[in-house]
Design a protein around this ligand. Structure first.
Ligand SMILES: Nc1ncnc2c1ncn2[C@@H]1O[C@H](COP(=O)(O)OP(=O)(O)OP(=O)(O)O)[C@@H](O)[C@H]1O
Ligand SMILES: [Mg+2]
Length: 431
């Protein structure tokens, strides 16, 4: 017979192994670092200008960042910071290299969600974030999943649950309850609602004293920040049920949205959410805060089935919110019923040579029409391998694997990202 003690013992063994893998994966101080990018990558894949034009510009202006030449190589290698400086300072045919962003708009928020486990959510969120950063955007990632795949991939492994979506939600409960109670006092009479009490056990956690930016962590990518998650944040699903009981008028699903409303409009360009494989308090917060919904799905029939039930469940959950809270929902930047500027299905782990996959993509297109993205993400060994090393194809040095495999993988993610970016630009004005 086995008890929780045996499970704890097995976990202790596994943690030892985890520590070892991290040490092998990250830099010697066991912190993740970002590699440099070669002048070939910078010119052709990142800034998308001719290599000789690029070299000409560098030669003409010695004050531009000049990268670093490796011991036995001839190419120059640039940091992300240097690439961003080049992008800011260089003009090609008098055109800026900065990525488009409508003036006066807040960051665009995209949620990657599906309750099918292993659909490719974290892989898509990670790759889109990296591609966007290389494209010159400032990105905030929010990890809503206590499995914390995205946080680990971004190099954050020791996270306290106070600093996750759970902390944001608990802090929001305190603030919203205080706000509602204050409104009751102000209303003098005629209200049927009693003042709500938040127990000391919640108030004394000190969450209310955390500053807005305490939840945001830096990563090895200078233009990607993250609100990370951790296994203990799984508690949120239990805690939130209790919190709702403490204050049934608390619009629990809008906690993260309210938090993000408090960021400066120009702090970030894109905010990308990675969701857990479930519909619960955390994923509802992600979906509610999102301007666009990206639903990745593998190319199998069961995944199609599961995606179909996901949108059904989500539709019901959102309808419930609209009816349950429509009356006393505090005016924020997002209204009820929740409306998305865009909804897209994105096929992942797609093999163009596989008849079954092609048939499934056709079926998706037949059913969901224009909501299916044009560019599926292909199945690639580069990602399977990068999963093990907790890195995206953008982080992997192309010299560490077959150039053709790397290139094909990168092209597939680039095409999917390019379409994601075009859709965002087309919808940014709606937010
Ligand atoms: N394009 C791809 N090519 C090859 N392998 C892939 C690809 N996309 C995802 N995978 C692999 O599939 C597995 C699941 O991917 P991922 O973790 O992104 O899914 P998920 O939807 O986030 O899962 P979960 O529901 O557990 O959060 C991982 O091992 C990942 O490396
Ligand atoms: Mg995931």
């Amino acid at each position: 017979m086995y008890t929780h003690e045996d499970l704890a013992q097995l976990q202790a063994q596994s943690l030892k192994m985890q520590g070892w893998i991290r040490q092998q994966t990250f830099s010697p101080e066991s912190r993740k670092t970002l590699r440099r990018f070669s002048s070939w990558e910078v010119s052709e894949l990142i800034l998308r200008i001719n290599q000789s034009t690029f070299r000409g510009r560098l030669a003409a202006d010695p004050s531009l960042p000049s990268g670093e030449v490796e011991a036995e190589g001839r190419q120059r290698w640039y940091t992300l910071e240097e690439i961003n400086e080049l992008r800011r300072r260089m003009k090609i045919n008098r055109k800026s290299l900065m990525p488009p962003r409508p003036a006066g708009k807040r960051a665009f928020r995209a949620a990657v969600a599906n309750f099918k486990g292993g659909a490719g959510k974290s892989t898509v969120a990670l790759h889109f974030a990296h591609a966007a950063a290389l494209d010159g955007y400032r990105v905030l990632l929010v990890d809503f999943d206590p499995q914390a795949t995205l946080s680990h991939s971004m190099g954050l492994t020791d996270v306290a649950e106070d600093y996750t979506v759970w902390g944001i939600m608990a802090r929001d409960l305190i603030r919203e309850t205080d706000r509602q109670n204050a409104a009751l006092v102000g209303a003098e009479s005629g209200t049927a609602l009693p003042a709500r009490k938040i127990p000391a056990s919640i108030r004394d956690m000190g969450l209310d004293e955390l500053r807005h930016h305490d939840f945001i962590k830096q990563t090895s990518w200078s233009t990607i920040d993250i609100i990370p998650s951790c296994a203990n944040a799984a508690f949120v699903e239990f805690a939130s049920a209790q919190y709702r009981h403490l204050n049934p008028e608390w619009t629990f699903f809008a906690a993260v949205s309210r938090y993000l409303d408090g960021l400066g409009d120009d702090d970030y360009d894109l905010i990308i959410f990675d969701c857990p494989p479930a519909i619960g308090y955390q994923s509802m917060n992600a979906v509610f805060a999102a301007d666009a919904l990206y639903i990745p799905s593998g190319p199998g029939y069961w995944e199609y089935d599961s995606t179909t039930s996901f949108i059904g469940q989500l539709s019901e959950a959102l309808e419930d919110l609209a009816h349950g809270f429509g009356e006393n929902f505090p005016a924020g930047k997002i209204a009820l019923p929740k409306a998305f500027a865009d909804i897209r299905f994105l096929m992942t782990r797609y093999e163009p040579g596989n008849d079954l996959h092609r048939a499934m993509l056709e079926a998706f297109r037949k059913v969901f029409g224009d909501h299916v993205t044009q560019n599926p993400i292909e199945m690639t060994r580069a990602v399977e391998q990068s999963g093990r090393f907790l890195s995206s194809v953008y982080e992997i040095d192309y010299r560490d694997m077959t150039r053709e495999t790397w290139r094909r993988a990168r092209e597939s993610f680039d095409r999917a990202y390019g379409e994601f970016r075009d859709n965002i630009i087309a919808n940014w004005d709606k937010v």
